[in-house]
Design a protein around this ligand. Structure first.
Ligand code: AMP
Length: 187
């Protein structure tokens, strides 16, 4: 796959994008044939780089009065919790069905074969919550859209989505609304 950066990133982001791009590990045919898996674990293992990534993913949402960051299981937890701290917001997990212990709400979404779901605790968002949804990667947008519907079910206002990576040859941005999506890297 040809890897290109998004058109005209802000100048101060260019070196960060290049560093992250160099550290992401491409794993072909994982978890199934035809998928080029973008492995972010080398970024997590570098505290200096991770700190800069979290700052850059939070930056567009500073001053937007985010009260809650919803992280999508599982890599969205790893980026979402430090982002919540950075934005001085609460962290809320959106988990695969059957993992959360208290009363939940569910949204289902389709996969290539079959379907999956996400759940949140039904009392997870306070009235007037202004929510940022976080995950490592945006592909078709089905997962993040389900998280967005959960936020709406729970009465939250969805301010936007922050991803480390967006695969722009897939329709994720259109599906979620271009103005709502921020991604540090685009391929
Ligand atoms: P989608 O619902 O199609 O946007 O898929 C996004 C979810 O699947 C995210 O939680 C990603 O972590 C994961 N995912 C999809 N494609 C990839 C990929 N190529 N590399 C790493 N994770 C992926």
């Amino acid at each position: 796959m040809t890897q290109t950066f998004a058109a005209s990133p802000p100048l101060h982001d260019v070196s960060l994008r290049e560093e992250v791009n160099a550290r992401l590990r491409d794993v072909p045919d994982f978890p199934k044939p035809g998928i080029l898996f973008k492995d972010m674990t080398p970024v997590l293992a570098d505290p200096r780089l991770l700190g800069r990534v979290v700052d850059a993913m939070a930056a567009p949402f500073q001053g937007q009065h985010i009260t809650h960051v919803v992280g999508i299981e599982a890599r969205g937890f790893l980026l979402g919790a430090p982002l919540a701290l950075k934005l001085q917001a609460g962290f809320v997990p959106a988990r695969k069905p059957g993992k959360l212990p208290a009363r939940t709400r569910t949204e289902r979404y389709s996969l290539e074969y079959g379907e999956d779901g996400l759940q949140m605790h039904e009392d997870a968002l306070a009235a007037g919550a202004r929510v940022l949804i976080v995950d490592d990667l945006l592909a078709t947008g089905g997962t993040a859209a389900a998280a967005g519907r959960l936020v709406a079910q729970l009465g939250g206002e969805l301010v936007g989505y922050s991803f480390l990576i967006a695969l722009d040859f897939l329709p994720g941005r259109e599906r979620l609304g271009r103005d709502k999506v921020h991604a540090l890297l685009s391929y």
